[in-house]
Design a protein around this ligand. Structure first.
Ligand SMILES: NC(=O)c1ccc[n+]([C@@H]2O[C@H](COP(=O)([O-])OP(=O)(O)OC[C@H]3O[C@@H](n4cnc5c(N)ncnc54)[C@H](OP(=O)(O)O)[C@@H]3O)[C@@H](O)[C@H]2O)c1
Length: 329
């Protein structure tokens, strides 16, 4: 509710840092990009819709975050760059990673923000449910491809996975991950959001066990926020579903600026720099549902995700990461 609106109070600057944000052309992603840009970062908007991405860049450049003076803003900003990324296509994910690895000297922050909800059943060109691939599998691959560069970039790198409190209602259908036999619009979304929390936990564990320090991983619930996330609900739920959701959330929950705060907190806060593998809500650690805390679930989803991507899920994570470069050769 509106009274749980903690803001990220850190004044950390991001000069010299490069941050990649998926789905940064609208909603929470765009607001996060605005914040990182005003902190001096080189912000990469990884988007599938180039026209919307260009408009977002113009909007960010011309409108400082609330409470920041425009002349101060104009003198202390970073850079905004657009890369093409369509998470519904594993080829596009690989191409995007290849371009990032080739063109960017370093990558310090990766925000896996893009997401879809409330779609009717639809398969990607790779044969997976669109919601599962967009929200989890595409990000899983992108992250693994960028990890070797992040590892070389600094001792304070962060990976942030946007989940949702709705993961509380999710389960992972290991035998039918694309839900071909039992698809439901909500079921697909809550499964994918549970996958975001499990991926975070398992990646943090593997990094720790491989003695790879300086890359922290976070998952989070941003709040309920009036964005475009409900737009497919106009077809799959009832006409006007997005309007109703946005009216309700605008009145009783968070606005978009408030909705970006937990992402920003995980990306920049000094206290969060000492934490990894946790789930956050309102700029604080929160408790996810029991499956999200279960090691068996986390490992099994990791192995399944690797299998779907034709990767061998080796326990030796350092050796595993070395094999990732073959994916984009
Ligand atoms: N808003 C909420 O109440 C809420 C609550 C809990 C969690 N979340 C999570 O917050 C994240 C951000 O959502 P939002 O609320 O800001 O919604 P949004 O305004 O709809 O933003 C979603 C972004 O994801 C992008 N996207 C979707 N499919 C993509 C694909 N295949 N490839 C690349 N980009 C793609 C969209 O780009 P296009 O313009 O090309 O579609 C858009 O930029 C999502 O992960 C969502 O699950 C939101």
């Amino acid at each position: 509710m509106w009274f749980f609106n903690k803001m990220c109070t850190s004044n950390v600057r991001l000069d010299g840092k490069t941050a990649v944000i998926t789905g940064a052309n609208s909603g929470i992603g765009k607001e996060t990009a605005r914040d990182f840009y005003r902190r001096g970062a080189r912000v990469i908007l990884a988007c599938r819709n180039m026209e919307k991405a260009k408009k977002a860049v113009e909007d960010i450049k011309n409108n400082p975050p609330a409470g920041i003076d425009k002349s101060v803003f104009l003198n202390s900003t970073g850079e905004l760059v657009i890369y093409s990324l369509n998470l519904c296509s594993l080829k596009s994910v690989k191409d995007c990673a290849k371009n990032l690895l080739r063109n960017e000297a370093e990558i310090h922050i990766l925000v896996n923000n893009a997401g879809v909800a409330l779609l009717s059943f639809e398969k990607t060109e790779d044969g997976h449910d669109v919601v599962f691939q967009t929200n989890h599998l595409g990000h899983f691959l992108l992250t693994l491809l960028l990890l070797p560069k992040m590892r070389l970039s600094s001792s304070d790198c962060r990976i942030i996975n946007l989940s949702s409190m709705l993961h509380l209602f999710g389960d992972i259908n290991f035998d039918d991950i694309s839900l071909e036999k039992s698809y439901g619009t909500w079921k697909a979304y809550v499964q994918s959001k549970l996958a975001n929390v499990l991926f975070t936990k398992e990646l943090a564990r593997r990094l720790k066990e491989a003695n790879i320090h300086g890359i922290n991983v976070y998952s989070l619930h941003p709040g309920l926020i009036p964005t475009d996330i409900f737009r497919h609900g106009n077809k799959t739920l009832f006409p006007g579903a997005q309007f109703c959701y946005n009216l309700f959330t605008a009145m009783f929950c968070k606005n978009i600026v408030q909705g970006a705060q937990t992402t920003i907190y995980c990306a920049v806060d000094e206290k969060a720099a000492k934490e990894t593998g946790f789930y956050y809500s309102n700029c604080d650690i929160a408790t996810p549902q029991w499956r999200a805390r279960d090691d068996w679930y986390a490992r099994k989803l990791w192995d399944l995700s690797c299998r779907l991507l034709h990767l061998k899920p080796e326990e030796d994570f350092t050796a595993f990461l070395k094999t990732m470069s073959h994916q984009i050769e």
